[in-house]
Design a protein around this ligand. Structure first.
Ligand code: HEM
Length: 78
């Protein structure tokens, strides 16, 4: 059966992928900010917390995908 090129799972995987880059960049900014010895501003922490909080649900969705596909009678991860 043919499937449309666009699907929720591909979209969420792409989001997860790019969020991981945002998270990594925010993480590096935090390391630099903390290494100055002063307490960083609150928004500096948000640079890691916001991507991480979005990575968590999208990552859990990706985790469940193959099991959900199997339950629906598919052959698991394609
Ligand atoms: C916060 C909790 C997280 C959970 C539960 C999670 C879970 C997952 C799962 C289940 C997959 C799919 C694996 C597969 O079957 O192919 C995945 C892919 C991936 N994760 Fe996460 N992840 C999390 C956080 C992160 C973080 C912090 C990073 C990196 C900074 C990251 C980077 C990636 C990348 C690059 C992929 C591959 C995406 C692709 O296929 O293009 N994830 N993650």
């Amino acid at each position: 059966m043919t499937r449309s090129r666009w699907s929720w799972s591909t979209w969420i995987r792409q989001c997860h992928r790019w969020l991981s880059i945002a998270f990594t960049a925010g993480f590096l900014v935090n390391i630099v900010a903390i290494s100055t010895g002063q307490d960083p501003a609150f928004w500096v922490y948000l640079l890691v917390l916001i991507p991480l909080f979005l990575l968590l649900p999208s990552g859990l969705y990706l985790f469940v995908l193959p099991y959900a596909a199997r339950r629906r009678g598919g052959r698991g991860a394609a």
